[in-house]
Design a protein around this ligand. Structure first.
Ligand code: COA
Length: 329
């Protein structure tokens, strides 16, 4: 492997709201069944924020866990980069609210909009900032309160999503561990397949049939499904090639958690095998940009990513956006 990493993941953290919504609970809201949801998605429960709890609140909790593990104080942070599509307000950036809440007075803070790829986009941008020099510590967050932008009358989407936050602290690399290869790409021609037109003030957005879209998550599930597998497969093979490693060398694949059927197919197509793919979508649903850092934190806590292990993270989301990161722990 030829890459010399410029940064490594020194700590991770997660925060999910206490309130759990089961499939049985959702049966009371829309015309669906636990059996349908489990068989089509693998999702059993999701966590939902209580009234008044914002994306910056759960980001704060996840960040403080990650900072503690990394041994980095908030004052030592150079940047806070937060991937989200359900920020506290339209502007300022939710990262600025997190900055205030954790007391990171010396940081520059900004948000990244890349939907479910938001955390990986933020991680890749953060890693790039180390290459530019004069940077010691960066806090990268993926956090969502999707329940606030979910149409609870639409059974096609409301069964899928959940709220949560995950965080990682990047430190300047001193050895051979760290981020070895990165890949990110987007295709705006597919934007209509998965979008929320709600933030466009008063403007009417029409779908492909000319009908007015509601200001919530809108999705054409089947098309998203096909593109998800194709794009994550592309991203994974790209970072493996850059890192000059094969799929057999990977100890754990930590993918975006959208649907267990997507993950089963991804395991099959990449050849990694189901035992090496981390899955927690059954408990959290799709938490968009929070899903990869939540899964990463849980995988680390379960001891699945010991010192020296090789991990690929991969994601796809609205935009379309997709990406992957190869990392040595
Ligand atoms: N409960 C019961 N029936 C439902 C339902 C629900 N929650 N949601 C949809 N259906 C119905 C549909 O109305 C449709 O009925 P019809 O045939 O009478 O029209 C039927 O189930 C099949 O719908 P379809 O969309 O073809 O199902 P599917 O097998 O493609 O599964 C998804 C739907 C959403 C689970 C699947 O397409 C998917 O996971 N897509 C990717 C979603 C994703 O990952 N999004 C996030 C990207 S970051």
């Amino acid at each position: 492997m030829s890459q010399i990493p410029v940064s490594f993941i020194a700590g991770t953290g997660l925060s999910v709201p206490e309130k759990i919504l089961t499939n049985k609970d959702i049966e009371k809201i829309v015309d669906t069944t636990d059996e349908w949801i489990v068989s089509r998605t693998g999702i059993k429960t999701r966590h939902i924020v209580s009234e008044g709890v914002l994306t910056s609140d759960i980001s704060k909790e996840a960040s403080e866990i990650a900072l503690k593990e990394a041994g980095v104080s908030p004052e030592e942070l150079d940047f806070i980069i937060l991937g989200t599509v359900s920020g506290d307000v339209s502007f300022p950036a939710t990262a600025c609210y997190v900055q205030e809440k954790i007391g990171a007075v010396n940081a520059a803070a900004f948000d990244i909009t890349a939907a479910c790829s938001g955390f990986l986009y933020s991680l890749i941008i953060g890693n790039g900032l180390f290459a530019a020099g004069n940077v010691e510590n960066i806090l990268v967050i993926g956090a969502e309160t999707l329940s606030r932008i979910t149409n609870w009358k639409d059974r096609n989407t409301c069964v899928l999503f959940g709220d949560g936050a995950g965080a990682a602290v990047l430190k300047k690399s001193k050895g051979d561990k760290g981020i070895l290869a990165t890949f990110m790409k987007s295709d705006g021609r597919l934007s209509q397949l998965l979008m929320n037109p709600g933030s466009i003030n008063g403007q009417v957005v029409l779908d492909s049939k000319g009908e007015k879209m509601l200001p919530f998550i809108n999705m054409q599930g089947r098309e998203v499904f096909k593109n998800a597998i194709r794009s994550m497969e592309e991203a994974i093979s790209n970072v493996l090639e850059q890192g000059n490693v094969s799929i057999e060398d990977i100890d754990l694949l930590v993918p975006h958690q959208a649907n267990v059927r997507i993950l089963d197919l991804l395991a099959e197509r990449t050849g990694i095998g189901k035992g090496k793919i981390f899955i927690n979508v059954d408990r959290y649903g799709n938490t968009s940009s929070a899903s990869v850092p939540i899964a990463l934190h849980e995988a680390r806590k379960e001891g699945l990513l010991p010192e020296g292990s090789l991990c690929v993270m991969a994601a796809f989301g609205g935009g379309f956006t997709w990406g992957a990161v190869l990392v040595r722990f």
